[in-house]
Design a protein around this ligand. Structure first.
Ligand SMILES: [Mn+2]
Length: 236
């Protein structure tokens, strides 16, 4: 039995399936999906369905999942009453500036029961997970925390917005007793030497696992039991 973590799948369902095959993901294994299942990529609803339908997978919220979730009631109204949806600033920001267009378009093609399924699934808002594996303690969350001086502050006290939206530095881990595992910032942002690779910082116990699949790099996954890394190339 092994515990894996992945983040920022962003609608890349083909790479996600390939990576699960690559690690021989078995009935005894578990996977934490650390946010941003939707937006930017080709198959956001397919990715959500894979997670929803698989009891071995646990979902933590990312900022893109949050932007989508907030618009679901309006999208359902649009399906019931075509023409209802008006492009306001908030919708524009999600759809055009944050890659929500495919998510919106695919969602509008669903049946109402399918829509309500997704809405119910995303209504369970979980922002972080603490766990132990292979003798290490971990804290998993999508983005981390703005205040890297928040030593001693428990994750439950940190605003969800911060856990979903922060842009942390490579060593911004306020919890010295545990490994902080985040996505959100594709690792190439931190430097060319990290292109398409998971960044593992021993000193600060930080793991940055968004390898930028939707931006044409790779999709990475880490096995928390032994910090082994797995990759498949992006198809974008
Ligand atoms: Mn994100």
């Amino acid at each position: 039995m092994a515990v894996y973590a992945i983040s920022d799948i962003h609608g890349c369902s083909a790479e996600f399936k390939e990576l699960l095959n690559a690690v021989s993901f078995s009935e005894y294994d578990e996977l934490y999906v650390i946010g941003d299942a939707v937006d930017r990529g080709p198959d956001p609803i397919g990715v959500l369905r894979m997670i929803m339908d698989d009891p071995r997978m646990h979902f933590l919220y990312g900022n893109h999942d949050d932007m989508f979730f907030r618009r679901i009631p309006d999208l359902i109204r649009e399906i019931q009453t075509p023409g209802y949806l008006q492009m306001d600033d908030d919708l524009f920001r999600w759809v055009h500036l944050n890659g929500g267009l495919t998510t919106m378009d695919r969602f509008l093609e669903l049946t109402l029961p399918e829509c309500y399924d997704i809405y119910a699934f995303l209504s369970n808002r979980v922002y972080y997970k603490e766990l132990q594996a292979g003798g290490r303690k971990f804290l998993l969350c999508h983005a981390g925390t703005d205040e890297h001086c928040r030593r001693g502050v428990q994750p439950a006290e940190i605003p969800p917005e911060e856990l979903m939206w922060s842009r942390i530095g490579l060593d911004d881990n306020p919890w010295p007793d545990r490994w902080l595992v985040t996505g959100h910032m594709p690792t190439f942002i931190y430097g060319d030497e990290y292109e398409g690779r998971i960044i593992r910082r021993e000193e600060s116990r930080s793991l940055h696992i968004d390898c930028g699949c939707v931006f044409g790099r790779t999709m990475g996954m880490v096995r928390l039991d032994d910090l082994q890394e797995f990759y498949v190339p992006s198809r974008n």
